[in-house]
Design a protein around this ligand. Structure first.
Ligand code: NDP
Ligand code: OXD
Length: 304
């Protein structure tokens, strides 16, 4: 019977019923514990906040199963030599689709004009239709492609950009230029890697149509903060809705808090949901026990 160490104590209350239920549903008899001697542990369920940071003694561990989609806080850990999986959770994806479509529609429909209308201005200007408002998504993985599908269902023309070539998606530096050139709304759903850091900088922000709106639920370091503030002040960027930051919580004196054209949301775009995520963890343990390949393996050289 495999020993599964749940190494994210602050999350245990959410998982203490959901994970045993998912393991039972997957037909896995496992010893699920919150503490164990390293030499007994077959699988580690992990979150970046876990106190466990030295994986060296976990020599029999078959996989570290991350509860987060993003892995930048773990890929650089030199003690982690075991296979690492990241979270692709239908519940998390659903949340991201809701955040992205909600904030896209806020800006598309100009909702603020009517919600915040202290002067009671009667401005009957109708917004264009979604079909006239091109959206670009940088990062067409699990989350970006689900958001693209939802936005296309609302008739937004969606251009996607990813690292590798795939059908219907742009890639590479020329692809980026093309993807940015039409983006009235730009959504960044890239992982943080050495290649994606500061991808949005003074040069690339200038490639966007004037007044473009940026939604960043990916990671803070994808955007050069200073370049974004300058582009907002110059009117090149009309609004930025940011969920993720270089430092979290966003420091009180950061200019994003007070900028009139910035909306800060506190890293709440999407959360891993215990019920659905437990099924993903259980399936990977089932695979590990059956000698089958793990789902959502992280390529550490690539960084995601
Ligand atoms: P995936 O790994 O499924 O997708 C990542 C996408 O980014 C892929 O399309 C990949 O390209 C592309 N990509 C990676 N590197 C590059 C690059 N150098 N150039 C161009 N494209 C690149 O990740 P998810 O969709 O599951 O998650 C994306 C990110 O969302 C996470 O890493 C995390 O940072 C963030 N996130 C934020 C949350 C929040 O609450 N704010 C919640 C969950 C996740 P390719 O397809 O070619 O591999
Ligand atoms: C994640 C996140 O990576 O919540 O899962 O940001």
């Amino acid at each position: 019977m495999p020993t599964v160490l749940f190494a994210a104590p602050s999350l245990w209350p959410e998982y203490q019923e959901a994970l045993p239920a998912a393991l039972a549903e997957a037909g896995i008899a496992a010893r699920l514990v919150t503490e164990a001697a390293p030499e007994e542990v077959d699988y580690i369920v992990y979150a970046p906040s876990s106190p466990l940071q030295d994986f060296t003694p976990y020599r029999r561990t078959k996989a570290v199963l991350n509860l987060w989609a993003g892995v930048e806080r773990i890929t650089g850990n030199p003690t982690l030599t075991q296979p690492l999986t990241r979270m692709v959770d239908p519940g998390l994806t659903e949340g991201m689709v809701e955040w992205v479509t909600g904030h896209t529609l806020r800006h598309h429909l100009g909702m603020d004009r009517h919600i915040l209308n202290p002067g009671h201005v009667w401005d009957p200007t109708c917004p264009p239709l979604a079909r006239e408002r091109p959206v670009t998504i940088l990062g067409m993985g699990a989350l970006g492609s689900a958001c693209a599908e939802a936005l296309r269902a609302l008739n937004f023309p969606v251009t996607g950009w990813s690292r590798t070539a795939k059908p219907g998606c742009l890639h590479g530096p020329d692809g980026l230029r093309e993807a940015l050139s039409t983006a009235q709304t730009l959504i960044t759903l890239l992982p943080k890697t050495p290649e994606t850091e500061n991808l949005l900088n003074a040069r690339t922000l200038a490639l966007l149509p004037r007044g473009a709106v940026i939604l960043n639920p990916g990671r803070g370091p994808l955007i050069d903060d200073g370049a974004l503030l300058a582009a907002l002040d110059a009117g090149q960027i009309g609004h930025a809705t940011l969920d993720v930051f270089r430092v979290e919580p966003l420091p009180q004196d950061h200019p994003f808090w007070s900028h009139p054209n910035v909306t800060v949301t506190p890293h709440i775009a999407a959360d891993t949901r215990a019920i659905t995520a437990s099924k993903v963890i259980a399936e990977n343990i089932r695979r590990g026990e059956a000698g089958e390949p793990f789902l959502h393996l992280v390529d550490r050289a690539r960084g995601y």
